[in-house]
Design a protein around this ligand. Sequence first.
Ligand code: GUN
Length: 284
Amino acid sequence: MAQIIDGKAVSARVKANVRKEADELKKQGIEIGLAVVIVGNDPASRVYVNNKKKACEEVGFTSYEYALPEETTEKELLELVDKLNNDDKVNGILVQLPLPKQINENSIINAIRPDKDVDAFHPANVGHIMIGDFSFLPCTPAGVMELIAETGVDVCGKNCVVIGRSNIVGKPMAMLLLHKHGTVTICHSRTKDLAEICARADILVAAVGKAKFVTPDMIKEGAVVIDVGMNRNENGKLCGDVDYDACFDKAGYITPVPGGVGPMTIAMLMKNTLTAAKIKNNIK
Ligand code: GUN
């Protein structure tokens, strides 16, 4: 039977540490600000943005929300990013993805100042992650690493399989596991014998975007199973990529959805914003 990895508890700990440091900085007159930009009416994005604002309150940051209409042009959004890049009160800029189709996401990501890029999506930050010399870690993969650390399982030498190759999760996830000396395989929609590869994983990270994609035959007995998925099932209920109930007995450790990776992503965003403020103010 698996042990449940409690993302809510781990994220509360991360946020408490951020709060402590933010309170110290406040005593020195340093206020920390995060700008959160949302374009359009995507309901899932609205939930994420609200949760990010709530987390700012919890850790003592000021959040600045910019909610722009669906028909916003790329030029208008670039102008806002430019304004935020030059705003001293803003330590971190987060533009919630996905963006409406008339806006090129890469143009926006490229326009964010790398030292305010608390998502770590800018190519300069991606490069830093690749060579293992980074200030900001991408929030979701960094949160997953914290959850793996929580199990006490050492990544060094383990077979690690990541399902999904997105820029936000799959690719940086593989890199962080590699930095910890895991033997890493990335699987995706064209992978042959995917189930067999997954079944050899000591650590399996699912970031596919399909409910119940990971079934018990794809899990090694006792494996660490991390579910990054955020899907809605046929009843509209939030569920991950892993068939949780069916896999529970076989996994060694498993993250629930909700209450696993989700809260960690936000906690790591707070940590990155704190880091951005510390770098700006030359604080180690
Ligand atoms: N959309 C889904 N995940 C993320 C994330 O981590 N950051 C941003 N900016 N948008 C997202």
